[in-house]
Design a protein around this ligand. Structure first.
Ligand code: GLU
Length: 407
């Protein structure tokens, strides 16, 4: 008998502990009442379900699924569903808490939630994915709903998965419920601009940051880790703004070209083959080395905890834009701050997705759909305002913590 070794998780630290630690740090800086912190550091509700699925080979496999609501003080809870082999309940709790802060910072009327299923979606057929999604939706059907909790895509899920959730929920209710899920395909009530929204929001943040640092995007050298929904669009938008994308990567391979990777061609290659592997016109680079490249802007757009206390001191970028959720650990944050590296935090930098999800939800409830230019302009307003508010808060918070409390 051969034993198959489970691949090591990408999570080195417990993300929920990190999220709680970040909350306590902010609470200390702003003298927030301990009693409130005690409430905010817990998740309001966590549902664990088993999801039996008939596989194509006739076997039945049982997957574990989660849906967590962190907080609903500002409105229904909102957040994506992640399909990944490393998903844990504590990871989903951390991601749910980050959604609460993200929605609040953007000023949209939602609380935070997240869901996930422990699975390897790339190794599953379309039929298996569909059966798993529909059964998972049935298991959490009393948790979700347009006024209650509204899922969306995240790592390993997309518009197709959202369409199955929408259909399963609607079939059970007996009519179409557009507001139950966002990130839907355009043909069934999705919003123009939603697919590109997370990257577009990150682009607007980078534009503001570059302006504050009196730099210009033209000629700026950028490295992008992750070539899924966020990374691929961000690389494209930055190129269109005149930046030189010197490296991109996905989970299987990385590409480096100091004269600039042809991003449009890389996107076409990935669309055709499903991977960046085999793309010509660039040298191979590992995901670890990409993070340490000589560049101005580094965009980790894949998974959590890629910049840690082990590699933070070797990062050369002047600006890090957190396209992923939680890519920089708190210890790495401190090291980067000491080095003068500006980190645009995930709850700001990748909020574009949930902001346009909010627009999709509003459009669905009104059954009235907007033009793409309108969506993008409204997104720009929200992200730019949130950026400037964060900038102002940081200006006050930094000297306050440095000076300490008198006496
Ligand atoms: N999964 C995305 C995020 O982490 C989008 C969530 C949403 O649109 O509700 O922000």
């Amino acid at each position: 008998m051969t034993t198959v070794e489970a691949p090591a998780s990408h999570l080195r630290e417990n993300p929920y502990e990190i999220a709680k630690q970040q909350l306590r740090k902010v609470a200390q800086t702003f003298a927030i009442d301990d009693n409130l912190v005690n409430v905010l550091q817990e998740c309001k509700k966590a549902v664990v379900v088993s999801v039996p699925v008939s596989m194509d080979d006739g076997a039945t496999r049982v997957f574990e699924g989660y849906r967590v609501t962190h907080n609903i003080a500002r409105g229904p809870s909102k957040g994506g569903i992640r399909y990944h082999v490393d998903v844990t309940l504590d990871e989903v709790k951390a991601l749910a808490m980050w959604m609460t802060w993200k929605c609040a910072l953007s000023g949209i009327p939602f609380g935070g939630a997240k869901g996930g299923i422990v699975c390897s979606p790339k190794q599953m057929s379309e039929g298996e994915l569909q059966r798993m999604t529909r059964r998972f939706t049935s298991e959490i059907i009393n948790e979700i709903g347009p006024e209650r909790d509204i899922p969306a895509p995240d790592v390993g899920t997309d518009g197709r998965v959202m369409a199955w959730i929408f259909d399963t929920y609607s079939m059970n209710k007996g009519h179409s419920v557009l507001g139950v899920v966002t990130g839907k395909p355009l043909t069934i009530g999705g919003s123009l601009g939603r697919e590109e929204a997370t990257a577009r929001g990150a682009l607007y943040c980078v534009r503001e940051a570059v302006r504050k640092k009196q730099m210009s995007l033209a000629g700026t050298r950028v490295a992008v880790q992750g070539f899924g929904n966020v990374g691929s669009y961000l690389a494209r938008f930055l190129t269109e703004d005149g930046a030189t994308v010197v490296a991109v990567s996905d989970s299987t391979s990385g590409l480096h070209n100091s004269n600039g990777v042809d991003v449009a061609a890389a996107i076409a290659h990935k669309r055709e083959t499903g991977t960046l592997e085999g793309f010509r016109g660039a040298d191979a680079i590992s995901n670890d080395d990409l993070l340490l490249l000589e560049c101005d802007v580094l965009a980790p757009c894949a998974l959590e905890q890629v910049i840690t206390e082990d590699n933070a001191s070797q990062v050369k970028a002047k600006i890090i834009v957190e396209g992923a959720n939680g890519p920089v650990t708190p210890m790495a944050d401190d090291i980067l701050e000491d080095k003068g590296c500006l980190v645009l935090p995930d709850i700001l930098a990748n909020a574009g997705g949930v902001v346009v999800s909010y627009f999709e939800w509003v459009q669905g409830l009104q059954e009235y759909f907007w033009k793409e230019a309108e969506v993008n302009a409204k997104l720009n307003d929200i992200v730019t305002r949130a950026f400037n508010e964060t900038w102002a808060v940081q200006r006050v918070a930094e000297p306050t913590t440095t000076r300490g409390i008198y006496p």
